[in-house]
Design a binder for this molecule. Structure first.
Ligand code: PLP
Length: 393
C-alpha cells in the first residue's frame, strides 16, 4: 500500500506522467512466478550474456588504484573522451573534438532524460517518435515542454513522416528525438532519411538528438550509420551512445553523447549541478571495452542472430509471419489477424503460455497492433517460447 502522504506530496510534473501501463502485466508475471510457474521473459531488453572478462579485469585493477576513488568530474576523464573519439573515427570516419564535442554519461538514459532540461524552455515543443523509448517523452515533460508525437508507420519503414509535421509544431519545436536502429520497431535508417531530418532541423532551428544505443547490434552484414555521418548533422544535433547493449554492461551505467559543441556545453553545465561524474574505475573499464578485444561483441551479435532466426522461423511455422530485423535485439511483430489489442494479447500469452512479451501500446498509442519480443534469452528458451505460442494460436 502506498501511504496517502506519498501520493499527496508528489509534484505536478510527476502526476502528469501517463500511468505505467505494465502494472497489471507485471503483477500477473509475479503471481505466476510465485505459483512456481516456469515463466519465460522476452519482455525486457537487457542482455543475458555477461560483460566480457577483459573488461571486468580492467575494473578490478582500477578499483585498487586510490587515484580513482575520489570525485570524478561531470565531463569525464580525458583518456575516455579520447578513446571515444578514436572509436568514432574508426567506426564512422567522423572526427570529434574530445574536449568540446564528447560528454560521457551515467548511461545514455541519464543524458537523454536530462537533455530537454538543458535545451528546452517550458512551452517549447519536443518532437518525439511514437512508439518510442519512454525517456524521450518523460524527459520532455519534466522540462515543461509540449510533446508532439511523430507516428512511425510500417509503410515508411518506421521513420517519421517529416513532411507531415505541421508548420506550427515545427516552428515551436526546440528538439527532435530520433532512434536508429530503433527500439521497439528494430528499423534501421538510411542516409536519405537522416538527411531529411537535418534539412527540417536547419529550416526551423530544431536540435536533433539521435539515440544510437543499438548501432553495433546488426545482422546480415548490415552496418548502421551514425547520424553525424550526414553532412551538416553536427551543426544541428548530437548522438547518444551506450556501452550497455554493445558490451553487455547495462548495470555499469556508462554511455556518452557527442556532436554539436553548444548542446554538449549546455548539458555539461546542467550535469555539473546534478552529478559528479562516473566512477573513474568504470571509465577505465569503458576505455578497455572500446579499445580492447572486440571478439566477445561479435560473438554476442552472432548469438542474437541465431536467436532471431529461431524465433522468426518458429513463429512462421505457427502461421505468424514476422519480418526478420536487420538490427537491435528485438522482433517487432504485427498482431496475428485474429487479435486487435496488444495488451489483451500479451495478457493471454502470459496467462496461457507463461511467456512475457511487451504490448506495443506500452511504447505509445501508435505501437498498438504490435508486440515486441526481446532476444535476450538463450536459444533453447526461445524455442520453448515458440512451442508454447504454437499451442495457443
Ligand atoms: C537500452 C536503451 C538505452 C539506454 O541505455 P543506457 O543503459 O542508459 O545507456 C537508450 N536508448 C534506447 C533506445 C535503449 O533501448
Amino acid at each position: 500500500m502506498t501511504p496517502a502522504i506519498a501520493t499527496e506530496c508528489k509534484a505536478d510534473r510527476l502526476k502528469q506522467l501517463p500511468p505505467y501501463v505494465f502494472v497489471e502485466l507485471d503483477r500477473a508475471k509475479r503471481r505466476l512466478i510465485s505459483e512456481g510457474k516456469d515463466v519465460i521473459d522476452l519482455g525486457v531488453g537487457d542482455p543475458d550474456l555477461p560483460t566480457p572478462s577483459h573488461i571486468r579485469e580492467r575494473l578490478k585493477t582500477a578499483v585498487d588504484d586510490p587515484s580513482n576513488h575520489r570525485y570524478s568530474f561531470s565531463e569525464g576523464i580525458k583518456p575516455l573522451r579520447e578513446a571515444i573519439a578514436r572509436w568514432y573515427g574508426r567506426r564512422f570516419h567522423v572526427a570529434l573534438d574530445p574536449e568540446m564535442e564528447i560528454l560521457p554519461l551515467l548511461g545514455s538514459k541519464e543524458g537523454i532524460a536530462h537533455l530537454p532540461l538543458a535545451v528546452a524552455n517550458p512551452g517549447d515543443v519536443v518532437l518525439v517518435p511514437d512508439p518510442c523509448y519512454p525517456p524521450y517523452r518523460s524527459g520532455a515533460r519534466f522540462a515543461g515542454a509540449e510533446v508532439v508525437s511523430m507516428p512511425l508507420e510500417e509503410d515508411l519503414q518506421f521513420f517519421p513522416d517529416l513532411g507531415g509535421v505541421s508548420q506550427k509544431a515545427a516552428q515551436r519545436a526546440k528538439l527532435m528525438f530520433l532512434n536508429y536502429p530503433n527500439n521497439p520497431t528494430a528499423a534501421v535508417a538510411t542516409e536519405e532519411q537522416f538527411a531529411q531530418a537535418v534539412q527540417l532541423a536547419s529550416d526551423y532551428g530544431i536540435l536533433v538528438a539521435h539515440d544510437a544505443a543499438y548501432s553495433e547490434i546488426a545482422f546480415d552484414g548490415c552496418q548502421p550509420m551514425s547520424f553525424l555521418q550526414v553532412p551538416d548533422a553536427k551543426t544541428v544535433g548530437v548522438e547518444f551512445h551506450s556501452l550497455s547493449k554493445t558490451y553487455n554492461m547495462t548495470g555499469w551505467r556508462i554511455g556518452w553523447v557527442c556532436g554539436n559543441a553548444g548542446v554538449i556545453a549546455a548539458l555539461t553545465q546542467l550535469k555539473t549541478n546534478l552529478d559528479s561524474g562516473i566512477f573513474q574505475a568504470i571509465q577505465w573499464a569503458g576505455i578497455e571495452a572500446l579499445e580492447g578485444d572486440q571478439e566477445p561483441m561479435r560473438h554476442a551479435v552472432t548469438t542474437y542472430q541465431a536467436r532471431r532466426d529461431a524465433l522468426v522461423a518458429g513463429l512462421k511455422s505457427c502461421g505468424w509471419d514476422v519480418p526478420a530485423p536487420k538490427a537491435s535485439f528485438y522482433v517487432w511483430a504485427r498482431l496475428p489477424n485474429t487479435e486487435s489489442s496488444s495488451m489483451a494479447f500479451a495478457t493471454r500469452v502470459l496467462e496461457r503460455a507463461h511467456l512475457v512479451i511487451t504490448p506495443g501500446v506500452g511504447f505509445g498509442s501508435a505501437g498498438e497492433g504490435y508486440v515486441r519480443f526481446s532476444l535476450t534469452m538463450p536459444i533453447e528458451r526461445i524455442q520453448e517460447a515458440v512451442r508454447r505460442i504454437q499451442q495457443i494460436l
